[in-house]
Design a protein around this ligand. Structure first.
Ligand SMILES: Cc1cc2nc3c(=O)[nH]c(=O)nc-3n(C[C@H](O)[C@H](O)[C@H](O)COP(=O)(O)OP(=O)(O)OC[C@H]3O[C@@H](n4cnc5c(N)ncnc54)[C@H](O)[C@@H]3O)c2cc1C
Length: 574
């Protein structure tokens, strides 16, 4: 008898597992079920459908040859049977059956399997506050919701949109609606900063400023208490501090794993419902595999469990599960997955943000004695006409100099992603040190990179800081010193060329000193004694050289890492 593989969930993980399994074995009976209407679609593309960059929603569910990935396609092309509107109700793991319900007819029946795959994904977190059932209140978790939001936009019914939650999808949706439909978008979140577990304060402020360029307001540390409407349609959002107009409310507060049937079947799950799997992506029962948004994985760096609801992960998991349910790789046997490092990227309004590994705060929580430093450097050769300043922030364990993570922001998202991906690969397969990152061999050509690549520079700056050669402070720390200048006895020494540095020196003669690097040796003795010194320049490099020169005279100072470029990106004006 042919082996039977049953797959529950048919969006990202399920179809990938089915296709891989079929390519390895033409005899296995593969049945994929999903409670929804649409299968095998690019949910990650929904914000770009809202923005109009993807003009037809069906493009998200088509192959590159414009063929719809529907049940007929899977049946005819992949020899995989698909049943939509079919909900799995329970798993009888000892009998190897799953009870399901046909949602159209109400019919309930059992399906037998030899290997079961759970690709049940995740669901949006939606608080049960008053007004939650008003019209035009939704998440953006499926094509139907994306279609309804876009329809509302197209009918010109909307002026104000409130997005609740400060994660990726909330920001992507805000950018899409503010840019394409010129809507007033407000993003409300509980945490003090955007993506708190994924980006540092420095990059978070850059992201906030980027969103602000489209008029998107970010309201932090506020709780949404109630939605109010008229004639059944939402009109207002009431928070702990204010009332906002809103004809559309979108929940983007994160997701929780869909694991009810796994939990009911007694599979090992973590307290937040993530299904625990081993390196073969088997659950606590060897004939039940799980992957994608419904599982928790080990974070390779922190060693802790992490729920990483990412389409990229679901696809990689799907391939491994497809191989393993087919009996393994024909040569190497069962395939393994060694954990996640948490890589992500996101296009914003003027730039993109990306990261991998741990932020400094997350690293500290994980028990590392961590520090981070940010750098600004051109993403291509300085003499090449098209270029942009890239921000990178590297997280390092102080004692071992192990690199723990990197995040960044840059107008050129591809260039940024190339750097983050390099670090991601290093983090996933080794325990890289600053020396490794300083010497990692990346490709160079002037239109694409600079000879000393920005990731090598980030390592060198961190190394200088740890070696006590460079006393760098973050942009936020510099701003704090500036704001407290009447009390803290600091003067601010600007090492940029005179043309740039004199403007602020004339504006703030008591505090801001124009002392360009060229000629700094000659004026160094004019720096008033008894004052604390904070250096700044365009990117941090010239000021670092001045700091070294000053140190040779016996005086300590601090230098603003990333300089004026970092200040500009966070919207800081002097
Ligand atoms: C707006 C948006 C933007 C995103 N952007 C990105 C991005 O840029 N990059 C990125 O990496 N990720 C992104 N993601 C995340 C990505 O879409 C998910 O990680 C991915 O879809 C997870 O795939 P999955 O197959 O594990 O689960 P899902 O896509 O959640 O699919 C699970 C399916 O299983 C079905 N199901 C659940 N329980 C049952 C049951 N009992 N019976 C039958 N069917 C069931 C569900 O209805 C669903 O159809 C984005 C997500 C959204 C919503």
């Amino acid at each position: 008898m042919a082996k039977k593989v049953l797959i529950i969930g048919a969006v990202a993980l399920g179809p990938k597992a089915a296709a891989r399994c079929r390519r390895l074995d033409s005899n296995i009976e593969i049945l994929m079920i999903d409670q929804g209407n649409f299968i095998s679609y690019g949910g990650c593309g929904m914000p770009f459908y809202l923005s109009g960059e993807v003009d037809n929603v069906h493009a998200l569910r088509q192959t590159s040859a414009h063929v719809n990935r529907d049940p007929d396609f899977f049946n005819d092309v992949k020899n995989v049977e698909v049943r939509i509107h079919t909900k799995a109700l329970s798993i009888q793991k000892e009998d190897k059956t799953v009870s399901v319900e046909n949602l159209d007819t109400g019919e309930k029946y059992d399906i037998a399997y030899d290997e079961l795959v759970l690709g049940t994904g995740s669901s949006p977190i939606i608080p049960q506050i008053p007004g939650i059932n008003l019209q035009n209140v939704c998440a953006i978790s499926c094509l139907e919701e994306a279609m309804s939001i876009r329809e509302n936009c197209a009918k010109s019914k909307l002026e104000n949109v409130v997005i609740i939650g400060g994660g990726f999808t909330g920001m992507e949706v805000a950018v899409a609606l503010a840019d394409m439909w010129s809507l007033k978008c407000t993003l409300i979140k509980r945490s003090p900063r955007l993506l708190p577990s994924l980006i540092s304060e420095t990059i978070s402020e850059m992201v906030r400023h980027d969103l602000g360029s489209l008029g998107i307001d970010v309201i932090s540390e506020e709780e949404v208490l109630e939605l109010r409407g008229e004639n059944g349609e939402v009109k207002e959002v009431i928070t702990s501090k204010r009332t906002l107009k809103a004809e559309q409310v979108i929940f983007a507060m994160g997701v929780k794993p869909n694991s009810e049937i796994a939990q009911k079947a007694g599979l090992d799950c973590n307290p937040r419902g993530g299904i625990r799997v081993n390196e073969y992506l088997q659950s606590s029962h060897p004939h039940i595999y799980a992957g994608g948004d419904c599982v928790v994985m080990k974070n390779i760096i922190s060693g802790k469990e992490q729920h990483l609801p990412m389409g990229s992960l679901a696809n990689r998991h799907g391939r491994i599960i497809g191989t393993n349910v087919a009996g393994g790789n024909p040569v190497c046997g069962m395939e393994t997955f060694n954990g996640v490092v948490g890589s992500w990227c996101m296009k914003l309004a003027k730039g993109s943000a990306s990261g991998t590994g741990l932020t400094v705060d997350e690293a500290k929580k994980a028990g590392f004695d961590a520090m981070s430093v940010n750098v600004e450097q051109l993403d291509r050769a300085h003499f090449y006409p098209e270029k942009d300043m890239m921000t990178l922030e590297v997280t390092v364990d102080k004692k071992t100099r192990r690199v723990l993570g990197m995040q960044g922001y840059c107008a050129n998202g591809d260039a940024l992603k190339a750097r983050i991906d390099t670090v991601a690969a290093m983090l996933q397969f080794s325990k890289p040190t600053l020396n490794d990152l300083s010497n990692v061999e990346v490709a160079y050509s002037p239109p694409l990179a600079s000879a000393m690549d920005v990731i090598n520079t980030a390592a060198n700056v961190a190394d200088n800081v740890l070696s006590g050669v460079h006393n760098a402070i973050s942009p936020a720390q510099f701003v704090e010193l500036w704001e407290q200048r009447e009390n803290n006895n600091y003067i601010f020494v600007d090492s940029r060329p005179a043309k740039a540095s004199q403007i602020l020196a004339e504006k703030y003669p008591d505090y801001w000193y124009s002392m360009p690097l060229e000629g700094f040796d000659k004026v160094i003795s004019k720096l008033p004694q008894g004052k604390n010194i904070a250096f700044i320049c365009n990117s941090g490099t010239r000021a670092y050289e001045c700091q070294r020169k000053l140190k040779r005279t016996g005086r300590d100072s601090v230098n603003s890492a990333g300089g004026m470029q970092a200040m500009k990106k966070r919207g800081q004006e002097f």
